[in-house]
Design a binder for this molecule. Structure first.
Ligand SMILES: [Zn+2]
Ligand SMILES: [Zn+2]
Length: 252
C-alpha cells in the first residue's frame, strides 16, 4: 500500500492512495488540467482511478471533481450533505455517512464525521486489509469518538493548519480569525500535535503534516510544535505542501 499527495493547502487538495491496481483519489481541488499534470508527475493516469472520494464541498477540495468524473467516468463518493452543499452538483455513485465502510478494489474505506463548517464533512481511513492509512484535515476540534476511528494506524496525514500566534497577529479580519480558529474551523499546530500524542504515534511509519496555511503558518513552526509535543525526530516528520505535494510513500 502507498500514498502520495498532489498538493495540500487552501489553494487545492488531493491525496492518492494505491494498492495493486486500485487507485483512490481523495478530493480534487485542482482544475482538471492541473490534476492530470500532478497525477502524471506521480506516474498515474486519470484513467487508472478507481474512485474519487470527496471530504466536503469547499472549493479547495472539489474544484475539479465534476469535470474529472465526467471525462474519465470515475465513480464519486461523498456524503449527502456534501452533495447538497455543492454549487455544481456532480453525479454520485454512492453516499457515505459516518461509520460507513466502502470496498473499492483492494482498498477498504471507512468514513468518519468531523467538526468543520461544511454540511456533512467526512474524513477517511483507508486500509488494504493489513495496513491502515488515516487522513484528517479540515476539522476544528475532535473528541474520543473520532479518535476511536483512528486507532492502530500505520500512517497518518494530519492537518497542521495554523500557528495560533500567527493567526492572532495576522491580517485576517476578525470574523475569519474566529472561523479558522473556532471549533468548526481548522486544527492549529498545537491541537494537531496533541491529537497525535493522544492517538499514540510509535507505530506510525509516516506522519505527514498537511493543509498548512500559507498566511498563518510556517513549516518549521509546525514541525517544531510536533517535535516539542511528541519528542520525535524532526527529520522523520514530513510536510505535504501546496505546490509539490508529497511523492509516493510506501507503507510496509
Ligand atoms: Zn480545506
Ligand atoms: Zn474546508
Amino acid at each position: 500500500m502507498r500514498f502520495a499527495v498532489l498538493g495540500s493547502g487552501s489553494q487545492g487538495n488531493g491525496t492518492l492512495i494505491a494498492s495493486g491496481d486500485t487507485y483512490i483519489l481523495v478530493d480534487c481541488g485542482f482544475s482538471l488540467r492541473e490534476t492530470e499534470r500532478r497525477l502524471a508527475l506521480l506516474g498515474v493516469s486519470a484513467t487508472q482511478l478507481s474512485a474519487v472520494l470527496v471530504t466536503h464541498e469547499h472549493a479547495d477540495h472539489v474544484h475539479g471533481v465534476g469535470l474529472l468524473a465526467r471525462r474519465y467516468n470515475t465513480p464519486v463518493y461523498m456524503s449527502q450533505g456534501t452533495l447538497r452543499g455543492l454549487r455544481k452538483p456532480v453525479e454520485v455513485a454512492g453516499f457515505l455517512g459516518c461509520g460507513d465502510v466502502l470496498q473499492v478494489g483492494d482498498l477498504q474505506v471507512s468514513a468518519a464525521r468531523v467538526e468543520h463548517d461544511a454540511y456533512e464533512p467526512l474524513q477517511y481511513v483507508i486500509s488494504d486489509g493489513s495496513r491502515r492509512f488515516g487522513m484528517l484535515t479540515d476539522l476544528g476540534s475532535y473528541d474520543a469518538n473520532l479518535l476511536a476511528r483512528y486507532q492502530d494506524l500505520d500512517a497518518l496525514l494530519i492537518e497542521a493548519n495554523h500557528c495560533r500566534d500567527l493567526l492572532a497577529r495576522g491580517h485576517y479580519p476578525r470574523f475569519l480569525k474566529l472561523r479558522v480558529g473556532g471549533s468548526q474551523g481548522h486544527l492549529n499546530n498545537h491541537q494537531a500535535a496533541s491529537l497525535v500524542a493522544e492517538l499514540g504515534w510509535q507505530r506510525l511509519q509516516h506522519l505527514v503534516l498537511a493543509h498548512l496555511s500559507s498566511k498563518n503558518n510556517l513549516p518549521h513552526l509546525a514541525r517544531q510544535c510536533f517535535v516539542d509535543t511528541l519528542g520525535c525526530d524532526p527529520d522523520w516528520l514530513q510536510v505535504a505542501n501546496q505546490d509539490q505535494g508529497l511523492d509516493w510513500r510506501h507503507i510496509a
